[in-house]
Design a protein around this ligand. Sequence first.
Ligand code: ADP
Ligand code: MG
Length: 609
Amino acid sequence: MPDIISLLPDHVANQIAAGEVVQRPSSVVKELLENAVDAGSTDIQLIVQDAGKTLVQVVDNGKGMSYADARLAFERHATSKIKMAEDLFDLHTMGFRGEALASIAAVSQVEMKTRPNADEVGTELRINGGKVDDQKACQTAAGTSIAVKNLFFNIPARRQFLKSDNVENRHIIDAFQHVALANPHVGFRFIQNNNEIFHLPEGNLRQRITSIFGKKYNERLVPVDETTDVVKLTGFVLKPEYARKTRGEQFFFVNDRFIKNGYLHHAVNHAFEHLIRSEEHPSYFLYMEIDPKRIDVNIHPTKTEIKFDDEKAIYAIIRSAVKHALGQFNVAPSLDFDSNVGDIPVPDHSRPVVPPSIQVDPNFNPFNSDVTPSRSAASSRETGSSSFKREPVDQNWKDLYTQREESSKEMQIDANLEHHEPKGQVCFQLDMRYVITKIKSGLVAIHQQRAHRRIQYEKFVRLLQDHHAPSQQLLFPINVHLPGGDLEEVKALNDTLHRLGFELEFSGQQAIVQGVPMNLSESDIQSVLEQLVEDMKNEADVFRNDLTHAMAKSLSRHASIKNGKRLEDEEMHHLINELFACQMPYSDIFGQPIVVQIGTEDLDKKFNV
Ligand code: ADP
Ligand code: MG
């Protein structure tokens, strides 16, 4: 029998390999741009015609190639970036498989001109479908220009597979943005069908983001910066109010390479929980620096997916760093409260954010003689919110300070504030919905319902985390009638409810409420319990996974003052106090804004001043 096995010619093998690396014009863009960055360029130009179907060209001012290297660069497994297998684990450059140029040349017509700065003459090379047509000396600028023409000209099936120009252009822009965002210190230009569509001067990351996405991004960015043993994390997230329904800008970079990672994306989403709606996506530009030994970048041919040794730790770091960044931004507001008025405690921005300690007086007893009956259960029934009237406001102010000082010795409250009577602060209610007050640079409007929901939510979370909450004994127990199944649900939750301050007894189809959490008013009890059962049934998964937050969310939803309720001065002051003692005073549990600032400049604009 004759021999039938033969080795594939190189150019055929390259064509097959090309299938992995070169999927569409944007793959060429990515490989050429990354090579140009690796070559130490400071100025890179991308020129594209017809969505890359007729031309993708990259011109750089990097280190160039010698005559011999120019030829070798197009051999498979030709790379200047690794010498031994071990080097694979210690790579800081972009490409390292040494097959991009060979693959690209196998499926297109390539013209390259290159010259190292120190050489007088450069090299010109033409390759057609993987075969070298011509190589000669030439005059050319220092650096390298590679033009890739007529991609897939020799594989009609692949060429037909390309999508419309719009779709391919979108992929090209993505690839360009990924490299440009990963390398803000390099200048880039992008010329599409003879129009310059991006001109990105070299700069820092903030400048790079704004030159790609527009100046308005400048004020949307919240910096993230966290260094740990495992990873150094820097970059920006967008303020929650700019989250989008469609996936917006989501960029992870590892050692300056764009990557996709659904698991880490989830970590960011998790950090935005309660700040944005569930159908919205946060935008972020996050950069990780990790010892290359701890990652394996090469698991995917186009290298956007990577494996980490310690993915769980990185998840936790990302989540807490982003949360921390958002917390800083929320707690240290741009609101700039007027310290002359001194009504609102402003945390010291430079100090670590410390969650406020529990603000319920454990010794509180509604039957104490210094608290008149009108301030206890009876009055909460009228006001619909016991938390407002329990103590005189002045007392509250002092408490707020002492508690904060206790909670963090480091946290100093502006001495100024103590000399001011909160009652001096002007605030009023607008349309029974908004509390308006003055700050240094204008006015703020506070959405009363959302504000109180946020306050209640954080209180319930603290109560649940503190394990043992004081209870407000009811003078007259309340019977709450619940259908059979629902009663069982409540019984099952009895321990947790007890931790919150509920004291329940069960008899027949009734739950007899003897005591309730301090921040709950009697009139809300029935609806709060009914709603809790309802939410538990509808969101069983959420309750199973995160009982504390699910309970707090449910309870706060129905135990807060509503729009349309008139607030007394004292109540408004108390609301403002408590709101700004919250960890996240600026958006409610559904990600809606709570506070809106109307600056002097806004008024100036209205008056054409
Ligand atoms: P890799 O980037 O994985 O090494 P490539 O096929 O992309 O493989 O490139 C092969 C080699 O060609 C690179 O290692 C580098 O030495 C050289 N090279 C490619 N592009 C450039 C460029 N723009 N400037 C200088 N050298 C380049
Ligand atoms: Mg490369």
